[in-house]
Design a protein around this ligand. Sequence first.
Ligand code: FUL
Length: 494
Amino acid sequence: MSTSLKTKSISIIKAFTITCCFILLNSACTSTNEVSPPEPIYPVPTEDQMAWHEMEMNAFIHFTTNTFTGKEWGYGDESPEIFNPTDMDVEQWVSTINDAGFKGVILTTKHHDGFCLWPSEYTEHSVKNSPYKDGKGDVVKEVSDACKKFGLKFGVYLSPWDRNFKEYGQPEYITYFRNQLKELLTNYGPVFEMWFDGANGGDGYYGGAKETRKIDNKTYYDWPNTIKLARELQPHILFFSDAGPDIRWVGNERGYVGETNWNTMTPDTLYAGKADINDLLNAGSEDGTDWIPGEVDVSIRPGWFYHAHEDSKVKTPEQLFDIYLTSVGRGSVLLLNIPPDRRGLVHENDVESLKGFRALLDERFSNNIADKAKATADSYRGKSKQYGPANMLDNNMDTYWTTDDDVKTGSFEIAFAQPEEVSYILLQEYIKLGQRVKGFNVEVMKNNEWQQVSNATTMGYKRILKIDPVTTQRIRINITDSKACPVISNVEVY
Ligand code: FUL
């Protein structure tokens, strides 16, 4: 072989080797990248529902003539003259709510008594005929402006039942209701949630008729067309009602969703004459056809409206914390009602309690000991680090640990550098791919043995398990049952 041929051969071999290495290297990289993510398990949340889940805590504000009459349900014959807050400061409401960590506000723009907190052009029964700001006030505008100022989302409660309107029960009322909706959804900026109350009591003032009127809740309001109209005006709006379509009631107003809480439900089953309708709302259903997550509405006081005689009955910070665990901690959104008083201020006792609640949240959930821990798992998808257990501790909600498609159970372990006292374990499923986990338990290593400290069913957007404080260096979470391969995006330990 001539020298030139030899040099040529060497270069060819070199080039070949480099190319091979490159191909090998490349294929090694792509094999990591090529493991495809799990297919979604339908139904899944829409982007707007996902943003709603992430809000976690919102505030309800009940305020109307009831605040001044002491009633919970006004009859509809109250004079607008009685609506007269003496020291109104809407920014005090919203800043209090903001300081406590709530992300949105839903205001009762019109409760069952029909009195409107905005100067609707379709009725005289509103703030425009009250002494408040000499009839020039608009509480809806004030609250929506304050929300913008403090960076909170604004939502609207408009009672379908109207005990003041003379044509309630007739088709004319539906036109009136829709006209009011148009005002609310056009004049006050973005509205993130619309709350349609299922209460329809029957008797009322009805323009002086003073009688009982019954309507068919399923057909009278023609919800599909009302919702269509609302969506045209506010494309991102979400509708709350017993049946959704976007957010469901949880069947009680005492502050808890089921320990088993599916975000899915089949709306048709609701009115199918089931005796256990509230249980269905409380737990959702595993095989539900639609994503309709539950919202826990509850008041900080016994009533929804302010009553001075309830000043000593404001829920304590500990009670609010417990409600947090049975709502947010079970994968739901909390809607806590904070009703302003006759001055037009959130009462001092409520402010104190909310401050205490915030302090408890900060104190109990400030030091995530999983932050510096190490995670391992018995398996992970395609043996690809892209789906490895470290993803659950990286504070990135878009990375996750998951397994191969045929693996529906699995264990992962969180190990700390030294023994730590543990009281709460927080877990989040990556629900953008659907809700999957049906059963799991938590064990801690104690005296060289695994001991079970908690046993649960669903996980969902967020699950917080409170355990008897225990000192341990290792925690193991065992997924015992799942609709499909589990997909977990976040774990925190406190
Ligand atoms: C109920 C209403 O009747 C209460 O007054 C309150 O507004 C609550 C949030 O919903 O159905």
